[in-house]
Design a binder for this molecule. Structure first.
Ligand code: C2E
Ligand code: MG
Ligand code: MG
Length: 390
């Protein structure tokens, strides 16, 4: 991956460059704004780190001038101005159609830079797994051949560090491409009218796994993702409680995470289904809260028992004051409504510590555990408990 650093301070260019090179980036630095055009043509970067304030020009002007040239390039803004200027510039860049992935406050901290490049490097690896698959027939076949599988990501109580449960995440174990992430198949599954079938598989498999925990004396909850359209199925609450009783599993071990709540077209019908879930003691969570898909309106009218703060806020709380304030307000809002609040996307211990101080109940993220195969869960549990619960 090629990184272009645009900053008038040579020392800063050197520090960024060194950290990026250690993570396999090829780097180039520009300290004089008048050279940028030529360098962009010759070097063709995948990622640009741009200082918003340079002699002779400013980053905002650069964003406008180079908007067309760098549309496919990932952009990270840097500035010593206050956080609101930085987030304003970030929005402006996005309005110009630029792919602004982050904004870092100056003075830059080495730890944060390392985290930034680590996360870019890890996205590169997962990108390879999310290439959409284009053979339409194959989704139905894959379902019939049982090529779908579940990975499980742990969710813990943030203050006691006790394991609370897991979230089941769908994966396609493709015969030649290996494990594919939901990005690579969810849209196509929906378009092909197969979402209901996938959801049935996910619920059956997740309940089986939860029952295994439960009957071995481990009372872990299991969160399952459901799209709003699936909630139009009036028989869903009974279906779920039937599957639970087949496995002698109390229904309160299960939580449904609802995404794209704004797509709830038939509010009465959805309300009917969700209320009956709650009457059966099945938890109902509003997922990705705070994004365009999950809003206050839905929070007000639907009988949720849990709120999951979108990871776009959580991943920023240690370096962006606004993200911190928004997360803190969402936690208070959830608690005032009597909901359990979960933070997702916790990527480091600093974030976890901040969330504990903010009073967030539960947490999930790479710093706790990555989504894993069922066969790796026992080892993860042993490791977690021996690290945190002496
Ligand atoms: P989600 O429900 O919000 O799930 C959390 C996603 O965040 C997962 O991505 C997980 O791997 C990722 N994640 C967890 N911790 C971290 C972290 O610390 N940092 C970062 N950067 N990411 C983290 P995944 O597995 O790719 O799933 C993406 C989305 O696909 C899910 O988002 C969910 O909306 C959807 N999905 C997954 N499985 C199912 C399913 O069985 N049915 C339906 N309808 N949707 C599903
Ligand atoms: Mg979810
Ligand atoms: Mg989410």
């Amino acid at each position: 991956m090629k990184l272009l650093i645009i900053d008038d301070e040579e020392d800063i260019c050197d520090v960024i460059s060194e950290i990026a090179q250690q993570r396999g980036f090829e780097t180039k630095s520009v300290t004089d704004a008048s050279n940028i055009s030529q360098v962009l043509n010759e070097f063709t970067p995948d990622l640009i780190m741009l200082d918003l304030l340079m002699p002779g020009t400013d980053g905002v002007e650069l964003l406008r001038t180079f908007a067309d040239k760098v549309k496919d390039v990932q952009l990270c803004l840097m500035s010593g101005s206050d956080a609101r200027v930085l987030s304003g510039a970030r929005r402006l860049g996005s309005a110009h159609g630029l792919n602004v992935i982050d904004a870092l406050e100056k003075p830059l901290e080495v730890g944060k830079l390392k985290e930034f490049f680590d996360s870019i490097a890890s996205q590169q690896t997962s990108k390879a797994e999310t290439v959409p698959y284009d053979d339409k027939d194959s989704y139905a076949k894959a379902l019939a051949n049982e090529e779908f599988t579940l990975f499980y990501q742990p969710i813990v109580d943030l203050s006691s560090r006790k394991i609370k449960g897991f979230e089941a995440l769908a994966r396609w174990n493709h015969p030649s491409k290996g494990i594919l992430l939901p990005d690579a198949f969810l849209r196509e599954i929906t378009n092909d009218g197969l979402m209901q079938e996938l959801t049935d598989f996910v619920i059956r498999t997740a309940v089986k796994q939860t029952a295994l925990f439960y009957h071995s004396g481990q009372s872990f909850t299991m969160a399952v993702n459901i799209t709003a359209s699936t909630l139009l199925d009036l028989s869903l609450p009974d279906k779920i409680s039937d599957i639970c009783s087949q496995h002698n599993l109390p229904t309160d071990q299960l939580i449904l995470e609802v995404t794209e709540t704004e797509a709830m077209k038939d509010v009465t019908r959805t309300m009917d289904v969700l209320l009956r879930m709650r009457l059966k003691n099945i938890g109902v969570s509003i997922d990705d809260f705070g994004t365009g898909h999950s809003s206050l309106k839905e929070l007000q009218r639907m009988p949720f028992s849990e709120l999951k703060i979108d990871r776009s806020f959580i991943s920023d709380i240690t370096r962006n004051h606004e993200a911190e304030i928004i997360s803190r307000s969402i936690i208070d809002l959830g608690h005032n409504l009597g909901l359990q609040v979960v933070a997702e996307g916790i990527e480091n211990h600093e974030t976890m510590d901040m969330l504990v101080k903010m009073g967030c109940d539960l947490g999930q993220g790479f710093a706790i555990g990555h989504p894993m195969k069922a066969s790796n869960i026992d080892a993860w549990i042993d490791n977690w408990n021996s690290t945190w619960l002496l």
